[in-house]
Each structure stands twice: as structure tokens, then as C-alpha cells.
Design a protein around this ligand. Structure first.
Ligand code: ATP
Length: 225
């Protein structure tokens, strides 16, 4: 057995349109489950695989800042917001590897099962396994993760030898492993929040008050921006 020589850093990419308690609670639980010292939140610029976000890059960056500012383990990373063109996680992870400049940190990409299922559509997706581990979290109403047969063929094949069930195993190598975390099932999505806003329904307790106030001040999802 190889020794536990890597410390683990969380990378949490998303549109965050808006960021909500689904994202935040999952990240908080993972600091305990995985033992992250830090989780880097990376709002995407223009996603490759979906239509442009509703809120601008700047507003999504600001909402993410407001949501995580009081948690010293959560760090805001604006690199994809500041990068021109389409966002790509592979580019950000390459940069992280280069910047960290050590061989003691393993990056762990946090991803919901819905997003993981679409991984083969991501730019240079196989390279991601050379740059990070994946931490998969469940979402209620989405595909049951424990049934690996539901993964697309390419992904199932790529992951076949990568599954680990003990998070400590992630500390044995710098990348390439896949771990399914037992986190709370929170049925919160940005899509539902945006539709509540446009229907003028309450969104309280689905996202932090500071983010809610920001959205209201800037009329982000009511079509009046
Ligand atoms: P939308 O509804 O617009 O698709 P979203 O709520 O899925 O947005 P994203 O910013 O697209 O939010 O998600 C970023 C990452 O967080 C993705 O990997 C997604 O699967 C995960 N995620 C989002 N909401 C939850 C949740 N409630 N529980 C677990 N993971 C989540």
C-alpha cells in the first residue's frame, strides 16, 4: 500500500446562477468528510455545454463572494470569469497544477451526479483524470449513483479501475480516482430558484440572505435587469 502523502484541495466549479444552499451545504459537509483545508469556488464564464447564464459574469462572481465570504475555508477564484471565450475546467486545473508547483497536493473536483454523467461531453475530459480526483455527490431525483451501469459507456470504462470507497485513498496519489460522498440530499437547484423569482414566489431559506438581497437590488431574475 502506498503512503498517504497528498493533502487534498477541493475545486468546486459551477455556473452559480445563483449559488444556493445546495452548493454551500455540500461543500461544508465535504470539508468534514474529506478533510479539505480549502475549497476553491470557480464560477464559470461562458459554459460550453449550456446556454449563457441568466446573470452576468460579474453578478455571479459577486453572489459567490457574498455567499462564501464568512467561511475561511471557502476561497473565491475568478479565473474563469476573467478568461475570455468558453469556460473549460481542464484549463483551470492545468493552471492549478502549474501554480501549486508542489507534488504534495491532490486536487479534488466536486461534482453532482447530473454533471458527472455528462463528463464525456466536456473539453479534453479524459485529461481531467490526470489532473484531479472526482468527488461525486448525489442530488435527489437524479440518477442513482450506486448503479454504475447507468453511466455512459465511455465514462463507465474510463472509471472502471478508479472507484475508491475510502476517502483516505485519495491521499495516496495525485489524481485519477473517483469517490462517491455520502452527503445530504438537498433538492435545491438554481433553475427552480430562478423560476421562483420570475413567478414572484419566495426563495427565502434556499440561498443566503446576502445573495437574496443582492438579487433583489439588481433585479437579476425578474427580467428587469
Ligand atoms: P441549474 O439548475 O441552473 O442547472 P445548479 O443548481 O445545478 O444549476 P450549478 O451551478 O450548475 O447549479 O452546479 C454546480 C455543481 O453543483 C454541479 O456539479 C451540480 O451538479 C452541483 N449541484 C448543484 N446543486 C446541487 C445540490 N442541490 N446537491 C448536490 N449538488 C449540487
Amino acid at each position: 500500500m502506498s503512503e498517504l502523502k497528498f493533502s487534498l484541495t477541493g475545486i468546486y466549479g459551477g455556473t452559480f446562477d445563483p449559488i444556493h444552499y445546495g452548493h454551500l451545504r455540500i461543500a461544508e459537509e465535504l470539508t468534514d468528510i474529506i478533510g479539505f483545508q480549502t475549497i476553491h469556488f470557480i464560477p464559470s464564464g461562458s459554459p460550453r455545454l449550456r446556454c449563457d447564464p441568466f446573470a452576468s459574469r460579474y453578478h455571479r462572481l459577486m453572489m459567490t463572494h457574498l455567499a462564501i465570504q464568512n467561511n475561511s475555508k471557502f476561497i473565491l477564484d475568478a479565473r474563469e470569469i476573467n478568461r475570455e471565450g468558453k469556460s473549460s475546467s481542464v484549463e483551470s486545473l492545468r493552471e492549478y497544477k502549474y501554480e501549486s508547483g508542489d507534488d504534495k497536493t491532490a486536487l479534488c473536483f466536486i461534482i453532482g451526479i447530473d454533471a458527472f454523467m455528462k463528463l464525456p461531453l466536456w473539453y479534453c475530459w479524459r485529461e481531467l483524470f490526470t489532473l484531479c480526483h472526482f468527488i461525486i455527490v448525489h442530488r435527489p431525483g437524479r440518477i442513482s449513483m450506486m448503479n454504475q451501469d447507468t453511466l455512459p459507456q465511455d465514462l463507465k470504462k474510463e472509471c472502471a479501475s478508479r472507484w475508491v470507497t475510502n476517502s483516505n485513498d485519495l491521499k495516496r496519489q495525485s489524481s485519477g480516482l473517483v469517490f462517491v460522498a455520502s452527503t445530504s440530499l438537498l433538492d435545491i437547484s438554481a433553475t427552480a430558484i430562478r423560476s421562483f423569482f420570475s413567478a414572484e414566489k419566495s426563495t427565502r431559506y434556499l440561498l443566503p440572505d446576502a445573495v437574496l438581497d443582492y438579487i433583489n437590488i439588481h433585479h437579476l431574475y425578474s427580467g428587469e435587469e
